[in-house]
Ligand binder design. Structure first.
Ligand code: ADP
Ligand code: MG
Length: 269
């Protein structure tokens, strides 16, 4: 969004990997909270029908009257879909299982790949002055994920430090290339972040070596360790930074946030 009339230069980042359980939602919630801790204003878009990001931030089912579904398909006002979380400066557009039918409903829509893009570029968005919008993608390369990539400036890929981690990455990269060719030529790769890293496990080390060798400097220096505080935080409906700020997990997500901010500073220099 380089439109000079905008009051804010919002960076939109899709958190994507078509594998389930690799740390997309965990990274979305905790990177967002750490960006807020750096003084930034952040919006999470929950784009997964499972709604884990919404649940992990304590958004009750009864509060999800208007969701990402209505944002995409029903032209509901932004002020009705954007909710506060318990973390000051962190807001969310929640999701429910309704979103699972959106993928099919989108197919017959002429603007099917651009609905999220258009929704996030409503003039009203300026009033919120978000520095970052993080989109928690579903575990699939479906039309929802394509919507996220078309709407975004960059894609951040969580890579679980386990066997077969790099498998499927080429398909993800192919999808990014297709989106560049058809709809969003400037889509960047924000980076690949190793998640659930276990320094005592040779396999984790091997995945790191393979990733750095094959993917080069798009791999973030920061690795997110496997940390029980990270996995406990969602049941307390808060990011790990609010649950246990001294935990290894909270510190790692803080490092990741500073790397993301530094990336962006380099780009605009
Ligand atoms: P995805 O959104 O890609 O499906 P999640 O973020 O939901 O993946 O993570 C899958 C599971 O792994 C969740 O139960 C989550 O709590 C756990 N998890 C993710 N990251 C960590 C971590 N760094 N340490 C411990 N558990 C983690
Ligand atoms: Mg998820």
């Amino acid at each position: 969004m380089s439109d000079p009339t905008r009051s804010t230069d919002t960076k939109i980042v899709a958190i994507a990997n078509q594998k389930g359980g690799v740390g997309k939602t965990t990274t979305t919630i905790n990177l967002a909270a750490s960006l807020v801790a750096e003084g930034l204003r952040v919006l999470i878009i929950d784009l997964d029908p499972q709604g884990n990001a919404s649940t992990g931030l304590g958004i009750e089912g009864s509060a999800r009257e208007y969701t990402t579904y209505e944002l995409l398909l029903d032209n509901v006002a932004l002020s009705d879909v954007i909710l506060d979380t318990a973390t000051d400066g962190l807001k969310i557009v929640p999701a429910t299982v309704d979103l699972s039918s959106a993928d099919i409903e989108l197919m017959s829509n002429e603007k099917r790949s651009f609905l999220l893009h258009d929704a996030l570029r409503q003039p009203l968005m300026d009033d919120y002055a978000f520095d970052y919008i993080l989109i928690d993608c579903p575990p699939s390369l479906n039309l929802l994920t394509v919507n996220a990539m078309v709407a975004s400036h960059s894609v951040l890929v969580p890579l679980q430090s386990e066997f077969f981690a790099l498998e499927g990455l080429s398909q993800l990269m192919l999808t990014i290339r297709e989106v560049r060719q058809t709809a969003n030529p400037n889509l960047r790769i924000e980076g690949v972040v190793l998640t659930m890293f276990d320094a005592r496990n040779n396999l984790s080390q091997q995945v790191e070596n393979d990733a750095r060798e094959n993917l080069g400097d798009i791999v973030f220096q920061t690795k997110i360790p496997r940390n029980v505080r990270v996995s406990e935080a969602p049941s307390f409906a808060v990011p790990v930074l609010d649950y246990d700020p001294m935990s290894k997990g909270a510190k790692a997500y803080g490092d990741l946030a500073r790397e993301v901010i530094a990336n962006n500073a380099k780009l605009s220099a």
